[in-house]
Design a binder for this molecule. Structure first.
Ligand SMILES: Nc1ncnc2c1ncn2[C@@H]1O[C@H](COP(=O)(O)OP(=O)(O)OP(=O)(O)O)[C@@H](O)[C@H]1O
Ligand SMILES: [Mg+2]
Length: 206
């Protein structure tokens, strides 16, 4: 069954759109497993706490990356693959493209090394569809700040970091047009959701 990932810069609307998609898919009678990274399992939630803690400003970039890969491995094995085997729609808030964008492009880690280890972490599992919410990083950060003060470790990174992340996402979309749909995300939540639903129903006629 379909494995769909939601990607984009901070505050681009991933979680908002995923929640709406889950509601509407359930309304159409589909069973949905909605989850997120990091933190999709009990072990992953402990890893998430380490990653998000703003007192961990000195967390080494490669240590950060490997924690994310540990979270992903546990998530795929314990939760995502079993859900796909049950035949439900799996909607995941961030997945491997986040690591390519944030840890390789954003933090500057070796892209080939990241790709190699990530393939182990996700056990070779690739999404069937990725929705990439594209918004200028400044706009997304402003939304995230009005939501919760924007106090996370990633939100605290400088503007150039977020610009690298955005461009890396667009490069992934350019290289994987069969998997990734770029959805402009500057409009209202309702407008963006029309694009979300159109992309989902086009890929998986309901
Ligand atoms: N299209 C939109 N226009 C304006 N505000 C929005 C839009 N979509 C979501 N928001 C609001 O912006 C904030 C960030 O949205 P959301 O949490 O969905 O983004 P996100 O991509 O999941 O962020 P993060 O990367 O921090 O997880 C929330 O307060 C949300 O209500
Ligand atoms: Mg979110």
């Amino acid at each position: 069954m379909p494995f769909i990932t939601f990607e984009g810069v901070e505050g681009s609307g991933k979680s908002t759109q995923l929640a709406r998609a889950a509601v509407k898919l359930r309304e159409t009678g589909r069973e949905v497993f909605d989850t997120r990274e990091p933190g999709g399992t009990a072990i992953g939630r402990k890893i998430r706490e380490i990653l998000m803690d703003v007192s961990h400003a000195h967390l080494d970039p490669a240590a950060e990356w490997l924690l994310l890969e540990a979270d992903r491995r546990q998530h795929v094995v314990e939760a995502i693959r079993p859900a796909l085997a049950r035949g439900v729609f799996v909607l995941c808030d961030r997945y491997s493209d986040s690591t390519t964008a944030y840890q390789a492009a954003g933090r500057g880690l070796d892209a080939e090394g990241v790709e190699f280890v990530d393939a182990i972490a996700r056990d070779g599992l690739a999404p069937d569809l990725t929705l990439l919410y594209d918004v200028m990083p400044g706009e997304g950060l402003a939304r995230a700040r009005s939501r919760d003060g924007g106090t996370g470790r990633f939100e605290a990174a400088d503007a150039a970091f977020h610009e690298r992340v955005r461009l890396a996402y667009l490069e992934i979309a350019r290289r994987r047009p069969e998997r990734v749909r770029v959805l402009p995300a500057a409009g209202t939540p309702d407008e963006v959701f029309r694009s979300t639903w159109a992309a989902l129903t086009r890929a998986f006629p309901l």
